[in-house]
Each structure stands twice: as structure tokens, then as C-alpha cells.
Design a protein around this ligand. Structure first.
Ligand code: NAD
Length: 253
């Protein structure tokens, strides 16, 4: 498939490289010219295990290229991943989704044929409905929106993009499922990778619930560390011991 990845930061650059590895023709759009220039040379602008190797393999062949031009991506691709940043809002009440809204608003009128827009950024619940309104108003050529949150671990972005434990697709229309199944086909062909097809609100809340649960786990073991200090106990052994229960697990502690 011909795909674009809009926003080539810590999520987008590894995702673009992983899509090339899956066999797609990929164009990465990065607003920052300096970052884009580095990616065009076939290297990452930050260290991520396996990223430089994939960039060095696919950039010289042309299967993966980078641009600052959204027009070029709109012309080239039939499926567009949105991977721009969503920093926490200053008041702490959710994410600043300005980059996501900006990217979708800019892309919509540039589409010259029906396309699938696949959002990967972490957003405040309710954002997809807002983006759908933008697309309905500004994407005259037609666009199917899907919310496909990313669960990768920092430092394992390439590995987790290629070998995710699940793929979540919050569909705004049933037709978009075909595009999601096609773009992730090599991953879905593997045993044990589940595609959770749902509605956009469920996909948004699922991602938010996963983040909150993982944060709770860290807060819990930090509290246990304080208990251990008072009791003269070893928190590593406590974490290991409780983690052997599969309902608790070892991840994230
Ligand atoms: N980094 C992670 O480990 C991780 C894991 C899971 C989910 N996420 C989510 O992924 C999203 C991206 O995170 P990140 O860490 O990659 O952020 P980042 O700040 O590293 O990268 C975002 C990039 O998007 C670019 N950008 C912004 N607007 C653009 C536009 N209109 N067109 C093209 N490029 C544009 C920026 O210049 C920047 O390089 C966030 O929502 C984040 O919560 C990140």
C-alpha cells in the first residue's frame, strides 16, 4: 500500500520505518525541516534500537522517503497515519490536541481521492468526533477516519511497531476495516495478534485506560517501596513475588 506518516517524531519515525519493513511504500511528513533533513539522509534524529538500520535499508531504495510537504503526501498515499505530538495541557486536563487538529485540517482539502486517515496519537476522549466534523466539512474527496492508538514502550518503538501485542481500530465507518486489515496484514497473519474492532470512543477510552492502569501500577510499587523501607524489606523481591501472579504480572513495575 502507499501510506504516509504525518509527524515523524518518537512515534512517527519508527512507525514509518516499520511500515516500510512490512512492505509498504511510505512517505513521512515532518514539519520541522532540520528533523526532515536528517531523516532524508537515512538516519534517525534520536536513538531508538533498530531505527537507523531500517532507515539505512529503505531510504536509499526509495521505499521510504521524507518530506516537509503535506501536498506530496496527499498526492502519493491512500492511507495517512497521524502521529503528531499531543503534549499534556498546561492545566493538566487532558492532551493538547492542537497538532492533531492542525494536521487533519491541513490534509483534508489536499485529498484528491477518497483516503483512509488513521490516528495514532494519544488524544483526549472526544477528539475523534471533532476530527470527523472537520473531515466531513473539508475533505470533499471523502475520508474514512479510524482511531488506532499506539501502545509502544519508549525505547522499544521499532520492535513494538513490528510486533504489537494487539491492534485497536476505532472505526467511524465499516469500510475502513478493510484498509486497516490490509495495512497491518503481515502482523495480523501472526498467531496471537488480536485486532480489536470497535467504535472511536471505545478506542480513545481504551488507550486512556491503559495509560492510567500502567501509571497506577508504578504509583503502587512506589508506595510499596516506602512500606518496604519502613519494614526493612526488599521491594525488588516483593515486586518479583507479586508479579508471578499472572493477574498482576511483571511489566511496568
Ligand atoms: N513516544 C512514545 O513512546 C509514544 C508511545 C505511545 C504513544 N505516543 C503518542 O504518539 C504521539 C506522538 O508522540 P511523539 O513522542 O512521537 O511526539 P514528538 O514530539 O516526538 O513528535 C511529533 C512530531 O510531529 C511533528 N509535527 C507536528 N505537526 C505536524 C504536521 N502538521 N505535519 C507534520 N509533522 C508535524 C513535530 O515536528 C514532531 O517532530 C503523541 O500523541 C504521543 O502521546 C508516543
Amino acid at each position: 500500500m502507499r501510506v504516509s506518516v504525518i509527524g515523524c517524531g518518537h512515534l512517527g519515525a519508527p512507525h514509518a520505518a516499520a511500515m516500510a519493513e512490512l512492505g509498504h511504500e511510505v512517505i513521512g511528513v515532518e514539519l520541522d525541516p532540520e528533523t526532515c533533513k536528517i531523516l532524508q539522509t537515512g538516519r534517525g534524529h534520536f536513538y531508538e534500537k533498530g531505527l537507523d538500520e531500517l532507515l539505512a535499508t529503505y531510504v536509499p531504495t526509495g521505499r521510504l522517503r521524507f518530506t516537509t510537504s503535506l501536498e506530496e503526501a496527499a498526492d502519493f498515499a491512500d492511507l495517512h497515519f497521524i502521529a503528531v505530538g499531543t503534549p499534556l495541557r498546561a492545566d493538566g486536563r487532558g492532551y493538547d490536541v492542537g497538532q492533531v487538529v492542525g494536521a487533519v485540517r491541513s490534509l483534508a482539502p489536499l485529498l484528491t481521492r477518497p483516503a483512509t486517515i488513521v490516528g495514532k496519537s494519544t488524544v483526549t476522549v472526544g477528539t475523534v468526533a471533532r476530527l470527523q466534523e472537520i473531515l466531513t466539512e473539508h475533505a470533499a474527496a471523502g475520508a474514512n477516519l479510524v482511531w488506532n492508538p499506539e501502545f509502544l514502550r519508549e525505547g522499544h518503538a521499532v520492535e513494538d511497531s513490528l510486533y504489537p501485542d494487539r491492534i485497536v481500530a476505532g472505526l467511524t465507518s465499516p469500510e475502513a476495516e478493510k484498509a486497516i486489515r490490509e495495512v497491518y496484514a503481515p502482523i495480523l497473519a501472526r498467531d496471537g495478534v488480536e485486532l480489536i474492532v470497535t467504535d472511536p470512543a471505545t478506542a480513545e477510552v481504551l488507550k486512556s485506560a491503559a495509560n492510567t492502569f500502567l501509571a497506577t501500577k508504578i504509583s503502587f510499587i512506589n508506595a510499596m517501596a516506602e512500606v518496604c523501607e519502613i519494614a526493612g524489606a526488599d521491594v525488588s523481591t516483593v515486586a518479583y513475588g507479586i508479579g508471578l501472579d499472572p493477574r498482576i504480572g511483571h511489566g511496568g513495575m
